[in-house]
Design a protein around this ligand. Structure first.
Ligand code: AHR
Length: 650
């Protein structure tokens, strides 16, 4: 036998023995005239929590760390980086040109009743300068020629014998070698606390800059609320947010924002609970709190700023309110039942802060902060990821009742508890909340296996908010497993009203949640994960109704599709996920449509199973635009490890 005859003979033998698999072609028939369910306009949104330095040291654009000297060891412990936080964290003492001073953190004459600590620089000599430098989070990033807004509160008492001497505060931006990039000075400094401001413009860029504050002239200087913001925040807002990070959120097209947590919401014990009232009003008057994730919250990014962010994103606000219990998985404490009245009232007052007229007590606070118009709050989430404890069962009904009586127009989102078993869903059903928030962090295989979770859901029960989920990794396969799951969510768009990946942000080198986060960042860059692109492709191509489809010869659960229709554009949207390693050519048939365009356009996200994005290769995995030949019948090649979204005009 010749060589090619031997080859054919052995292939025939292998085929007969079952060693070669020839795939039957999978097919999908789409019934364009048979919508099944309407998809919620709020299906894809965001969950933001100050974890992994997501707020302070992240989204909140303040460049000074520990700006009011209020840090202390969190629970008396070392932090993750192996040192204890102190009032001098991120600050170092500096003496120049023979300057001498005693530099201590003091509570003498505090700035106000919540901002108790301040820094005293007691200059003891006539020569030189003494003061402090702040190193920000990982060094202060400065860009040449950009404006930076510096502000400080200061007061000073000159020593009797030095009254004639010059007394000044000198403020400089320096690079890591001490080269001055810009500087300014303030004098005279009065005896009472006085705010000072200046704009600094560095002459060179550095990723590792610092802010230096030096006192000159014998006497006792006190400083507090030392702040430095880039002018270039998102929308150039004062006390604003990091532009690149907000832009990454805008690009996700989020329909809602759930905030401020997460575990920081119900905190580590009742004293650590997040009180929205402590986060509004003048920034220097916001009482800081330690963060259950091991660091500190300035609350400079507080409820007002969260509502503004929602407006900027075009996202409906979903504030989460603690319900008189702290996190029962870590440290359960409960407000005594007899003292629950004011706690429930605090929750109700939030609606007045968001929506009330400027004449109302809390509407006035909002108006004075610069927003007389209502923020249009429509939903309130009660509790984070709660445990089924008697304490919780006793307190949650108090909130449900009070909201239903006072604000019946507000839709209440309860908590189903942790894990896909949704231990509290039953209770939420009894309480008749609008929807209930379920959380799960599972392996990718779980998301693939459970894509039909909602197919047989009891439609008479509260709607579902998948408020936190992730498949424990930021590699392409994780993202595709989540995409498979989302096809099931779209198919059940009448049950699942909202979904949000979690956590949202993680600062490189400062993570408490290491397994998976949607967006990674450092001082200067943002890295979008494959999971981010899945969220983006789904959110930007949701569609309004799900179209009935029928599959045949389907290769298995790793391949999944969703078929929706976008009424505004008149397009059929096909999402085809292939989380397997095998390429499949899928035969599509579109029935019940007047016309079907001959060409579809869209995006494809594909790569190696373990591909991921990093600071070194931030775009290793990202969607590429694609064009597909379509029509009433067409074949779509779905490569192994890919997600395709195709829009076809009908
Ligand atoms: O997203 C991280 C944490 O996961 C949240 O704080 C909490 O709600 C959940 O356990």
């Amino acid at each position: 036998m010749k060589r090619h005859q031997i080859l054919i003979a052995s292939l025939t033998m292998m085929f007969l023995m079952g060693h070669v698999h020839v795939h039957a072609q999978p097919s999908v028939t789409i019934h364009a005239d048979q919508p099944t369910v309407t998809l919620s306009p709020y299906l894809y949104g965001l969950f933001f929590e100050d974890i992994n330095f997501g707020a302070d040291g992240g989204l909140y654009a303040e460049l000074i760390q520990n700006r009011s000297f209020e840090y202390y060891p969190v629970r008396g412990e070392m932090n993750q980086e192996g040192y204890k936080l102190t009032p001098m964290t991120a600050w170092e003492k500096i003496y120049r040109d023979g300057g001498t001073a005693d530099i201590i953190v003091t509570r003498t004459l505090p700035l106000n009743e919540v901002n108790l600590n301040n820094l005293e620089i007691n200059v003891t000599g006539r020569q030189g300068y003494a003061g402090v430098a702040n190193t920000g989070y990982d060094g202060i990033p400065l860009t040449a020629g950009e404006n930076y807004h510096f502000s400080i509160y200061a007061r000073m008492q000159a020593r009797e014998r030095a009254l004639q001497q010059e007394h000044r505060l000198v403020v400089a931006l320096e690079d890591e070698d001490g080269t001055v990039l810009d500087k300014t000075g303030f004098d005279p400094i009065p005896e009472g606390w006085t705010p000072f401001r200046a704009v600094l413009k560095p002459s060179a860029s550095t990723g590792n800059g610092r802010l230096v504050i030096l006192a000159e002239g014998e006497g006792k200087f006190q400083i507090d609320m030392v702040s430095l913001f880039p002018q270039n925040t998102y929308k150039q807002r004062e006390n604003g947010l990091r532009r690149d990070m907000v832009e990454a959120l805008v690009a996700l097209n989020p329909s809602f924002l759930r905030f401020p947590g997460g575990c920081i919401l119900h905190g580590w014990g009742i004293d650590n609970v997040y009180h929205w009232k402590e986060t509004v009003g003048e920034v220097s008057g916001r009482k800081p709190n330690w963060n259950r994730w091991g660091y500190h919250q300035t609350y400079g990014l507080g409820y007002y700023e969260y509502f503004l962010l929602c407006e900027d994103l075009g996202a409906t606000p979903l504030p989460v309110i603690p319900v008189g219990v702290s996190c029962s998985f870590t440290h359960l404490e409960a407000v005594p039942i007899a003292e629950m009245g004011p706690v429930v009232q605090d929750a109700l007052d939030l609606v007045e802060f968001a929506n009330g007229p400027p004449e109302s007590r809390w509407g006035k606070v909002r108006a004075e902060m610069g927003h007389p118009e209502s923020f249009g709050l429509k939903y309130v989430c009660l509790g984070n990821e709660e445990d089924d404890t008697p304490e919780f069962r006793e307190r949650i009904p108090l909130f449900v009742k009070a909201f239903k009586e006072t604000y019946p127009e507000i839709k209440l989102i309860g908590t189903s508890g942790l894990s896909p078993r949704v231990p509290l869903y039953e209770l939420m059903d009894e309480l008749q909340v609008w929807s209930s928030d379920e959380h799960y962090y599972m392996q990718p295989r779980w998301f693939i296996e459970n894509q039909d979770r909602f197919d047989r859901w009891d439609r008479s029960r509260p709607k579902v908010f998948v408020g936190e989920y992730a498949s424990e990794g930021n590699r392409l396969f994780n993202a595709l497993a989540e995409a498979v799951y989302l096809t099931g969510v779209e198919r059940n768009g009448d049950v699942v009203e909202m979904t949000a990946y979690a956590p949202l942000f993680a600062r490189y080198g400062h993570t408490q949640w290491t397994r998976a986060n949607l967006i990674w960042f450092d001082d200067q860059m943002v890295v979008k994960t494959p999971n981010y692109y899945v969220q983006q492709l789904f959110a930007k191509n949701k569609g309004d109704v799900y179209l009935k489809n029928h599959t045949e010869k389907w290769p298995g659960k790793e391949v999944a599709i969703s078929t929706t229709y976008d009424k505004a554009t008149g397009e059929l949207i096909i999402k085809a996920v292939n989380a397997s390693e095998t390429d499949y050519n899928i035969a599509f048939r579109v029935e019940g449509a007047g016309r079907v365009a001959k060409k579809g356009t869209g995006w494809i996200l594909q790569g190696e199973r373990d591909a991921f994005n990093s600071r070194e290769t931030p775009y290793a995995v990202q969607p590429a635009e694609t064009t597909v030949i379509t029509g009433r019948r067409f074949n779509l090649n779905t490569p192994g490890l890919s997600l395709q979204v195709i829009r076809i005009a009908l």
